[in-house]
Ligand binder design. Structure first.
Ligand code: ADP
Ligand code: MG
Length: 474
């Protein structure tokens, strides 16, 4: 039996799905999945501007309109693109990303270029200079109070945000919101912005990341335009600065921010700040700024609970008018606990797959579709976790992990901890070395080798390590 070369190629390229979609359609299908996974903003900035050229010999040829887009996609999305192509079509081993030199790009990403990136690349790529009156970043229409699910972990932050948004007199100044990544700080700030704009459109509301503040400040310095920058910053009714931890350690930016901050407080204008830590825990912050930041109300957002996560998933499904089986939602709420952003990403991915590929959703298929995400989520073991378990097991002190002492009773457990750090985390050898009192990576290699040798001959030690490994992996 012979089949023509064409049929064979087509079969090979379509993989298991069995439908021979033209490559262009497959690319569009993949884009739709990425759109759902990444959200509008990132999709429009980075994926939409790409042009698909061809797929052959396992190589996806794609062109980007600028070097910036090419580098960003290469660094952040290439492995996911390969994975999706392989999963839904046929094995793709490499992406050939080029910069289109001739054809003018239909859609430009410049308007969405994140500030830090634009900053780094400002020599080669032109980020559109902001118009004089566009100090504020756009507010995301999805981030409203209506779309925010309130539970125990975020009720204080939510109540404070509402109060600030709804009172005519300045309520707390500043309102300082803090909490871990993806727990809703940005969402609450945008919600405040929307609510104030709706209630009192004449008030000038400015929202921006601390990164953008710094970027604008540096640009003003460079173009000798400080006066107008100061004027703009001080001429607002409500100033919201997101992720203030970004300016920690950046002295001149802090200085400028401090003055802006004082000027606004003096005029009784509302300031809202967010950070990943409380003012007292932020490192690299000038003392006087730190104390001012704590003047008003400091509200923290705690890690989500299972109930809150389930509530968020249910409301999200209702919003998207999608039916996802309850047990799948429970599975997600149970397994993806770190951030709401990841939780939403997982749900979006499931929904996109159901729509595009048409597989029915069960807990098993969800587990399958989210395997990479669940694995990386489960795998987040820190070197500190490992050290803690090891010292408890051998009844030594944490300082023994860092000290230069070579006595066998501390040196051996230390090497065991190094070995476990290598096999259970993604950290590099130099990173591991730093966590063990700044040891050189060759010392770490030596320690790991030693343990591997011993495990081959010493049954008791091998068992000990296995027990530790299980205890650490949970
Ligand atoms: P942060 O700024 O704290 O890192 P975000 O505000 O960007 O987190 O939130 C990440 C994502 O999770 C956003 O899409 C946001 O809408 C969503 N989210 C977070 N908390 C909630 C909540 N309580 N209710 C609904 N959506 C939430
Ligand atoms: Mg944020």
């Amino acid at each position: 039996m012979f089949e023509s070369a064409n049929t064979a190629t087509a079969r090979q390229e379509t993989g298991e799905t069995g439908t021979a979609l033209p490559a262009m359609d497959r690319w569009e299908q993949l884009c739709a999945i990425l759109h759902a996974e990444l959200g509008d903003m990132a999709f429009r900035s980075w994926i939409e501007p790409l042009a698909f050229s061809s797929f052959s010999g396992g190589v996806l040829a794609i062109s980007a309109p600028t070097r910036l887009v090419r580098d960003w996609v290469k660094a952040h999305y290439s492995s996911r693109i390969l994975e999706l192509w392989t999963q839904n079509h046929s094995p793709a081993t490499r992406i050939d990303l080029t910069v289109a030199t001739t054809a003018p790009a239909k859609k430009t990403a410049a308007a969405f270029v994140p500030v830090a990136v634009a900053n780094e690349n400002s020599a080669s790529e032109s980020a559109q200079p902001a118009l004089p009156d566009t100090l504020s970043s756009q507010l995301d229409p999805r981030f409203t109070f209506d779309n925010f699910i309130v539970g125990k972990p975020n009720e204080l932050a939510y109540a404070a945000a509402r109060r600030v948004a709804e009172s005519d007199a300045v309520a707390f100044n500043p309102l300082f919101l803090y909490g871990g990544v993806g727990l809703g700080k940005t969402h609450l700030m945008h919600a405040i912005g929307w609510a104030i704009r709706a209630r009192t459109p004449e008030r000038k509301v400015v929202y921006m990341s601390a990164e953008k503040f710094m970027y604008q400040f540096v640009r003003a310095l460079r173009s000798k335009d400080m006066m107008s920058f100061k004027e703009q910053c001080r001429n607002v009714d409500v100033l919201m600065i997101d992720d203030i931890q970004f300016i920690c350690g950046k002295e001149s930016t802090q200085e400028e921010f401090f003055h802006t901050f004082n000027a606004l407080i003096d005029q009784n204008r509302q300031i809202i700040i967010s950070a990943d830590k409380s003012p007292t825990d932020l490192d690299g912050l000038e003392e006087r700024l730190r104390s001012r930041l704590g003047w008003g109300l400091v509200a923290d957002i705690h890690p989500t609970t299972y109930e809150l996560r389930l509530g968020i998933l249910q409301s999200k499904c209702a919003m998207l008018k999608r039916n996802v089986p309850q047990e799948v939602l429970e599975f997600l709420a149970h397994r993806i606990a770190a951030s709401v952003r990841e939780l939403e990403g997982a749900l979006n991915r499931l929904i996109a797959h159901v729509e595009l590929i048409g597989r029915p959703l069960t807990v098993e298929s969800a587990e399958d579709l989210l395997r990479d995400l669940l694995r990386s989520h489960d795998r987040r073991i820190s070197i500190e976790d490992i050290q803690c378990k090891v010292i408890a097991h051998y009844n030594i002190r944490i300082s023994d992990m860092h000290s230069p002492r070579r006595a066998r009773n501390v040196a051996r457990p230390r090497q065991i901890a190094m070995y476990l750090a290598k096999v259970l985390t993604e950290h590099s050898l130099p990173e591991i070395g730093r966590k063990f009192g700044g040891r050189d990576h060759t010392t770490i290699i030596h320690g790991i080798r030693r343990i591997e040798e011993l495990m081959a001959t010493d049954r008791a030690l091998a068992e000990d390590i296995e027990i530790l490994r299980r205890a650490i992996s949970g």
